[in-house]
Design a binder for this molecule. Sequence first.
Ligand SMILES: NC(=O)c1ccc[n+]([C@@H]2O[C@H](COP(=O)([O-])OP(=O)(O)OC[C@H]3O[C@@H](n4cnc5c(N)ncnc54)[C@H](O)[C@@H]3O)[C@@H](O)[C@H]2O)c1
Length: 272
Amino acid sequence: MSWLNLEGKVAIVTGGASGLGKAVCEGLAEVGAKIVVADIDKEGAKQTAAELKEKFGGEHISTATDVTSKASVDAMIQATLDAFGSVNIMVNNAGINIPRLLVDPAGKEELTEEIWDKVVSINQKGLFLCAQAAARVMIKAGNGGVIINMASESGSEGSEGQSVYAATKAAVYNLTRSWAKELGKHNVRVVGVAPGILEPTALRSEEYERALVYTRGITIEKLRERYKKAAIPLGRSGKLSEVANTVCFLASDRSAYIHGTVINVSGGKTRA
Ligand SMILES: NC(=O)c1ccc[n+]([C@@H]2O[C@H](COP(=O)([O-])OP(=O)(O)OC[C@H]3O[C@@H](n4cnc5c(N)ncnc54)[C@H](O)[C@@H]3O)[C@@H](O)[C@H]2O)c1
């Protein structure tokens, strides 16, 4: 038995095909968990599950899942039960970010109803649908479980040019706290992780950076400086594996008394 004792546990990771979600899949697979890589990117999810088998052995599957659709989330849960018979760990990681200004006097990059609905639907409604479906299974099985929600430090700090993203991440803090109050009696723990600035993922696309520097009136070079030093006491961006390690700890009984809180993983950039 390893220190984390996660061998054989069944973990669903949404947005597991790339970036942070993929790193979380790797971290959990490395310590012996069975992974369900759930992503709207069907081929990417399949590829990640194949890589997990190749690198770490064990049993892993993928599902083509759109977290904004209840039918799709229900199918993800059913596929997990068909393959592994239980759900022990639900990692709500899928998320997007589209920088826009509330008001752009130049009329170029303003927050629209369409962008608002899209970001809220994935980052907030998706989290609700997945948590609810997973919690139902965990409560019925009666063996407890862990729900881990991916927040962001912007959820407590706010973020210039990223108000709708920051608002959905603020909701993640409060959903985590509220669900913890509801699910504790069923021995289902609910926790969150709030990363700061991380090494690049698909989320930090060219289009994302272009829109963000526009909303802040700065250059790309200035923005990239922030990734390294200026505001980060540890003087560097975080590694995806460092966030994944935190998720593995929270998924394990080594963190059995951590419940209803969001762990900040930002290299000291923020405290909340
Ligand atoms: N990268 C960072 O610096 C950073 C910092 C703080 C928080 N986060 C959070 O980490 C999470 C992952 O971000 P990332 O940087 O790895 O981004 P990413 O773009 O690399 O990965 C996001 C994944 O989510 C999937 N996805 C998108 N819409 C989906 C949907 N409707 N249903 C299912 N899957 C969907 C994408 O296909 C992709 O695989 C997000 O919640 C993000 O807010 C990231």
